[in-house]
Design a protein around this ligand. Structure first.
Ligand code: SF4
Ligand code: SF4
Length: 211
């Protein structure tokens, strides 16, 4: 202590516990995650999803606009031509390879704004952590929406008598009776039976392109 400094007054040692006692009776703010998961806001930006038309055909046309819009360079797309023997979307092209690298993605949503067909949207799923780089590069099979009752898995034929425009006008509401899945050949794609929307327990990626 410096010469001439005054000695501090004696303070009640119990007074400091006042703050502790007050906090003890306040409502606890600690979240018990992951045992208790709170729902997100409805428009929360979570994991992406590649959507389907009501008959199961894919909405993605492989245009790459989402990849160009991405500021983090997290999306990789390769488009390919549909054929009558192997059709994945109603129009000319479809997304043959589709990957999102969640080590890069900042969940900004610019890609879904850029998508001209509403093929790409975002879910509320936020549990995007894992132990390996490969498992955080989500492939098309992982991102593709699951099948609903009205749908048949791709590849399959377009609804008879309908055009691509009719699909976007909402005229196709289910798969045509008798629609069967075509045999996928030549394009090196994994069968999509395993596609679902939760992102867990996914099959290993058939071809992960590292960027
Ligand atoms: S949410 Fe943003 S960062 Fe993530 S893939 Fe889309 S554009 Fe890229
Ligand atoms: S998700 Fe949309 S923007 Fe991206 S390639 Fe497919 S159609 Fe184009």
């Amino acid at each position: 202590m410096e010469r001439g400094a005054t000695v501090p007054e004696f303070q009640n040692p119990v007074a400091g516990f006042g703050v502790t006692f007050k906090a003890m009776f306040k409502k606890r703010l600690t979240e018990q995650y992951p045992e208790e998961k709170k729902p997100t806001a409805p428009r929360f930006h979570g994991r992406h999803q590649l959507n389907r038309h009501p008959d199961g055909l894919e909405k993605c046309i492989g245009c790459e606009l989402c990849a160009w819009a991405c500021p983090a360079d997290a999306i990789y797309v390769e488009g390919a031509d549909n054929t009558e023997e192997e059709r994945y979307s109603p129009g000319e092209r479809y997304g043959r390879v589709y990957q999102i690298n969640y080590l890069r993605c900042i969940l900004c949503g610019l890609c879904i704004e850029a998508c001209p067909t509403r093929a790409l949207t975002m879910t509320n799923e936020y549990e995007l952590a894992d132990r390996s780089r490969e498992s955080l590069i989500y492939t098309k099979e992982e991102l593709l929406a699951g099948l609903e009752d009205t749908m048949v898995d791709t590849p399959h034929a377009i609804f008879p008598g309908m055009t691509e425009k009719d699909y976007y006008s909402g005229l196709v509401t289910e798969a045509a009776p008798g629609t069967v899945r075509q045999t996928a050949h030549s394009k090196g794609e994994m069968p999509q039976e395993a596609a679902h929307t939760t992102g867990e327990n996914e099959p290993a990626a058939p071809e992960v392109i590292e960027r």
